[in-house]
Write a protein that binds this ligand. Structure first.
Ligand SMILES: Nc1nc2c(c(=O)[nH]1)N[C@H]1C(S)=C(S)[C@@H](COP(=O)(O)O)O[C@H]1N2
Ligand SMILES: [Mo]
Length: 496
């Protein structure tokens, strides 16, 4: 029989607590960006099953609004880092998840190598009635007896089994089912959860279950007696020095608390540095997950969402107004940079390069989704025409909306976005001219917008005026690879 509390249990238990708290808080940050939960991927306003926000926007709201207006500013006490920092919250979440999974993997290997799994995996259905009896005992203020020869009582064993072997894998799987590149490459996988919103709701409910488990778990430690339980879980020996165990245990908890205070403060104070530092760990993770994925979405016209949110207000200037009023007759798309054959195209000439259409699902980084049909010219056609030089590594899309005039919040400059050049050739990378069979509406990017069906919405620049092939993006804007990356600290990698 293996030891009840070997050192590897002690260490992985502590690391698990550490990373779970990071995941809880950064998860709240992500939720605050779109504090609504749905079961259907159409996500129309007002049809959410839960809303953690007082703001109510109706589909028929008379005031024009943008999905960023739905974002909430949550306190750093609950969210990491708090205060509308979705980009940084995601960075913390995706950094922590890698280490949480690693901790879990080490734990599971040890569980099976050492035979410890006997304590966690029910051998017989009788564990269920036994667990009910255990719970009955607790309710009568009695402590149930442990299973003979094992460290846990029946309800405890069952709870650990559910948390480790059911909840944790489901939480990882539902997390993956929210990634736009995973959803685009394996549409069937999203359907397992009833779509991205189903996955998002399941992910939220499992988080609640983890939180409830944590509270109950701590309560049980208190009920069973802190000094003795601390000796077991800190020293790996229930008979160990209780004072020492309490000292080390409380010091460990205090260290976690201090660290959370420190990283929250650092993240809010040095947002750019946090974005860069965590980016070193998060961007490669994203690349491994999504680099080779191309979109294989083929929805039917019947799947088109009746309501499609808008994010980003249209260009307010007179120039754009005049263009729009003349049906974009004088619009020209200029394509240049590191290319052999620069272009200056009217919409007519652009169309002549060959059109394609696709019905796909849009994934905004905030969390909402909607399906639409997009028609336009594959970006690959443009690449064929202009022939980028071998030095060209990124494609830059310049937009006509000056965000300083439309969004405020201390942000400024024209919107732009960049993509790695390998995405330009993807079959569903489109310069869209049409939405749902009609010319692109002004609010959705008329006359031309980018569609990248494996990426988050913020990469799909609307109101495109120019395209440039470049070797490096660091001398454009603030150098982070896009307007939202520059000003909202989003990750440049947008496949998860
Ligand atoms: N020019 C421009 N393009 C933009 C934005 C913007 O603010 N300006 N917002 C982006 C974001 S965050 C999203 S989710 C999508 C939203 O597209 P939609 O408004 O057509 O729904 O556009 C993207 N493209
Ligand atoms: Mo977005």
């Amino acid at each position: 029989m293996p030891s009840f509390f070997p050192m590897w249990v002690v260490v992985t238990h502590f690391l698990n607590l550490f990373f779970m708290l990071l995941l809880f808080r950064s998860g709240f940050e992500v939720l605050s960006a779109f504090p609504k939960l749905y079961w259907h991927d159409d996500t129309p306003p007002g049809r959410e099953w839960a809303r953690l926000s007082k703001k109510a926007f109706g589909a028929d709201s008379r005031k024009p609004w943008s999905s960023l207006d739905e974002e909430e500013s949550w306190s750093p006490l609950v969210a990491l880092p708090g205060r509308k920092n979705l980009g940084l919250g995601r960075h913390w979440h995706f950094m922590s998840i890698q280490f949480w999974i690693l901790t879990g993997a080490v734990y599971l290997v040890m569980v099976f190598v050492t035979g410890y799994w006997h304590y966690l995996v029910p051998a017989h259905w009788s564990l269920v009635p036994d667990s009910i009896r255990s719970i009955g005992a607790y309710l009568q203020f009695e402590l149930p007896a442990k299973i003979p020869g094992e460290p846990f009582e029946p309800a405890q064993k069952l709870a650990y089994f559910i948390v480790i072997f059911i909840m944790a894998p489901l939480q990882i799987a539902s997390g993956a089912a929210m990634s736009p590149s995973v959803l685009a490459r394996f549409p069937w996988y999203g359907r397992l959860f009833g779509g991205k919103q189903g996955a998002r709701s399941v992910h939220f409910l499992l988080m609640c279950a983890f939180a409830a488990f944590t509270v109950l778990h701590v309560a049980m430690v208190v009920i069973h007696g802190v000094p003795k339980e601390f000796a077991a879980i800190v020293l790996g020996d229930p008979g160990g020095n209780r004072r020492l165990a309490l000292g080390i245990g409380l010091a460990g908890l205090f260290a976690i608390l201090l660290l959370h205070v420190a990283i929250t403060w650092f993240s809010l104070r040095y947002r750019r540095r946090t974005q860069r530092l965590l980016g070193h760990m998060v961007n490669p993770f994203e690349r491994v997950l999504s680099r080779t994925f191309t979109s294989r979405q083929h929805f039917g016209r019947g799947d088109i969402s009746p309501y499609f949110r808008v994010n980003g207000y249209p260009p307010p200037g007179d120039d754009y107004q005049a263009l729009a009023e003349s049906d974009f007759r004088d619009y020209r798309l200029s394509v240049g940079g590191l290319v052999e054959h620069p272009l200056d195209l009217s919409l007519e000439q652009l169309r002549a390069l060959g059109e394609q259409s696709q019905v796909t699902k849009h994934n905004c980084i905030q969390g909402w989704t909607a399906v639409a049909e997009w028609g336009g010219v594959p970006l690959a056609r443009i690449v064929d025409e202009v022939r980028p030089s071998p030095q060209a590594r990124h494609v830059v899309f310049y937009a006509m909306d000056d965000k300083g005039l439309t969004e405020g919040d201390g942000r400024y400059g024209f919107f732009y976005g960049t993509i790695p050049i390998h995405l330009a050739d993807n079959p569903q990378t489109l310069l869209a001219l049409e939405m749902n069979g009609a010319p692109l509406p002004v609010e959705h990017g008329a006359p031309l917008r980018l569609r990248l069906e494996t990426q988050l919405g913020f990469k799909m620049v609307k109101w495109v005026t120019a395209i440039e092939f470049v070797a490096d993006v660091t001398d454009i804007g603030q150098g982070m690879g896009g307007w939202r990356e520059d000003q909202q600290f989003y990750a440049n990698a947008a496949g998860i």
